[in-house]
Ligand binder design. Sequence first.
Ligand SMILES: *Cc1c(COP(=O)(O)O)cnc(C)c1O
Length: 395
Amino acid sequence: MTFPDRVSAPVVRQPGPDPTAERILLSPPDVGALEESYVLNALRSGWVAPAGPDLDAFEREVAQRVGCSHAVALSSGTAGLHLALVALGAGPGDVVVVPTLTFAATANAVVYTGAEPIFVDCEPATGNLDLDLLHDLLRDLQLRGRRVAAVLPVDIFGSCADYGRILPLCAEAGVPVVEDAAEALGAVHAGRAAGSFGRAAVVSFNGNKIITTSGGGMLLSDDAELVARCRYLSTQARQPVTHYEHTEVGYNYRLSNLLAALGRAQLRRLDEMIARRRRLRERYAKLFAVVPGVRLLADEDEGSNCWLTAIVVDPAVAGWRARDLADHLGALRIETRPVWKPMHLQPVFAGARSLLTGAAERLFADGLVLPSGSALSERETVRVLNATRQFLNGR
Ligand SMILES: *Cc1c(COP(=O)(O)O)cnc(C)c1O
């Protein structure tokens, strides 16, 4: 039987004959023997469905990790954001406040509901929501009588937004907060875990995130009623009777039991994976500490889960652009990425209202995300660091 081999094939890291020929990826999945055994056990248990004991356990374990009382596992983080907004009643005529520096999923979820996203710029130091702008915007919207269905702060690259200010600010305006913690599982802010802030929070288990189910997400909240409503909406809004009765339009957003098993194995390794990413960040920090005009994004956040490490290059001081380093590393088959392209620059959101300072545009122009994965081997890490040194020495 070839099946088990096929399961294990992608998780074996082949040394390969020519190390320089292997492409080093930004944040590939980090899976191995533990994941293999969890998924095989789930498969053999017969629970090959969007229901089962691994799914229930995964919800309990993530909720416990985050310090929330309720969770519903979903097919993606995007689905979680969508359901949270639906449960909060977001719809046509409403506005939802979204950071302009984020992945498109945050804004897409708003559009699915018929509400209008309004984009707000970020703090240059962290890339997280600019709270002076948020304050002004909420006051302005209130004066104009607009209903704000939610504020969706994003914990960018695994660094929590400043909830110590966001929560009171939004509470005063009577606006619920939905934390987009898609990138931040395992991060901590003021002693509390990412995924525990606001009325509800959403984490993602997409293939590139800190832990993965290959695709998946989870909605977390202390509000039992809200989570029950999201669970009901995620399973086609089926009434609790045997003959498939529906009084509302629902969605098919549940995670499969097999993928939940993968998630449980990954969750067990979360701290180890964060530690690996953190050590990598420290090595980048040391390398760039002596380079004028270069800083690490959110480098003062000790609670970050270090999902992605990004540098920000001031070309006037450094004498080179982020793009130059990207080209150098790219030629050596080392993947880098620009920081998220701001939503207000995206053609699809061209007509949207935005409150801007230019900070997100500058991070897009001058930022560069470096290989940050926990599966990066020591040899690969040294290859990235040496290639970067080589670039810096050539300047
Ligand atoms: C990944 C991500 C999402 C979406 O998660 P999926 O599971 O891929 O749907 C949402 N918001 C942010 C900020 C993300 O990085």
